[in-house]
Design a protein around this ligand. Structure first.
Ligand SMILES: NC(=O)c1ccc[n+]([C@@H]2O[C@H](COP(=O)([O-])OP(=O)(O)OC[C@H]3O[C@@H](n4cnc5c(N)ncnc54)[C@H](OP(=O)(O)O)[C@@H]3O)[C@@H](O)[C@H]2O)c1
Length: 318
């Protein structure tokens, strides 16, 4: 089969469409004939040589796919050949076929196309696990989402709004702000013009900036607030004022989905299917697809992501 390999760390041009060995379906795995793969910021970091796949996982990029089950391994009773599914991966999604532990596979939710379903696993699992399972966002509380126009942000805004929260988000331009407002955000802050920490008080913050925003995020937390850091785009080391946290009885979490054990991912995946898929099927939360690019031309999709002009997800399609 063919897949996108990273010839060497570098720009989008290092992504090459090559013949690779056919994946073997091991016990407990599902082989998916890929219809589409989602592009994530993490894939860009992997391409640049800053984010190696976890030990033992497939070396080529791709953290999520949708497609049709081609075959199942021994002991898999939950899926069968012909099922339309999407899946969370530790790597290897930029390929014609991928084998994945059954725990990370989800039925395609109704109301979205098979291709669109590739836009869901990463954002749904990341937002649900961090904002709701860890952050325990409740109806009536305020969520601050940094980067509301990102793949993650567009999903977080819709999900939190649908579940009854007040949603504030940061964006880098007025045009992106308009788009995120259409998705339901109550308040938009242009991070190039305003300091969110001076304006916002939030019960839960979903952060993708890390060190650069740590002090501002702590300041913006309400008493009992929960800061959940999932990205380090603004660096990984910063000082924290523990006194401020202590007075607010606030908590700071930092989590990564990719490196979690399969069973942990399985718990999140099942919770997403139970809690989020019904909202997708009802049309309350939609995949936001910015562009579809042929899988063989992943370099073009990465150029798009590098330009930062997208709102929502970029998909690689077959
Ligand atoms: N820990 C995990 O398990 C996990 C899982 C998935 C994703 N993530 C992280 O989540 C983040 C988003 O991922 P993605 O794939 O959705 O990426 P993406 O679509 O490329 O989005 C990147 C976002 O960063 C925003 N941004 C850049 N500088 C900013 C600043 N100073 N303040 C606020 N926002 C800023 C951009 O906003 P504008 O475009 O408006 O400028 C853009 O929306 C990444 O950091 C990724 O690593 C973590």
């Amino acid at each position: 089969m063919r897949a996108i390999e990273i010839a060497e760390p570098g720009g989008p041009e290092v992504l090459e469409w090559r013949e690779v060995p056919e994946p073997r379906v091991e016990r407990g795995e599902v082989l998916i004939d890929v219809a589409a793969a989602g592009v994530n910021r993490a894939d860009v970091l992997q391409r640049q040589g800053f984010y190696d796949p976890p030990p033992g996982s497939i070396p080529y990029p791709g953290l999520e796919v949708s497609g049709v089950v081609a075959e199942v391994g021994a002991d898999v009773e939950q899926f069968k050949a012909g099922d339309e599914v999407c899946a969370l991966l530790a790597g290897g999604g930029y390929a014609e076929r991928v084998a994945v532990p059954w725990q990370q596979v989800m039925p395609k939710p109704g109301g979205v196309s098979l291709r669109e379903a590739a836009a869901l696993p990463e954002v749904a699992c990341t937002v649900w696990s961090n904002v709701f399972m860890i952050g325990r966002l409740r109806r009536g509380e305020t969520l601050l989402v940094h980067g509301g126009a990102s793949g993650i942000g567009t999903f977080a805004v819709q999900l939190a709004k649908t579940l009854g929260s007040n949603v504030i988000t940061t964006v880098g331009s007025a045009a992106k702000g308009e788009r995120v407002k259409e998705l339901g955000a109550d308040e938009i802050i242009n991070y190039r013009e305003e300091d969110f920490a001076e304006k916002v008080r939030a019960d839960v913050i979903l952060d993708i900036m890390g060190a650069k925003y740590l002090a501002g995020n702590v300041k913006a937390l309400r008493t009992g607030g929960r800061l959940v850091i999932i990205g380090l785009q603004g660096g990984r080391k910063a000082e924290i004022d523990l006194g401020a946290l202590l007075v607010k009885r606030a908590t700071v979490h930092a989590t990564a989905l990719r490196s979690r054990p399969v069973d942990d991912k399985g718990v999140i995946v099942r919770s997403v299917v139970d809690n989020v898929w019904p909202l997708v099927e009802a049309g309350a939360v939609r995949p936001v697809v910015y562009a579809e690019v042929p899988l063989s031309d992943a370099a073009e999709a990465h150029r798009m992501m590098d330009s930062g002009e997208h709102v929502g997800k970029i998909l690689l399609v077959r």
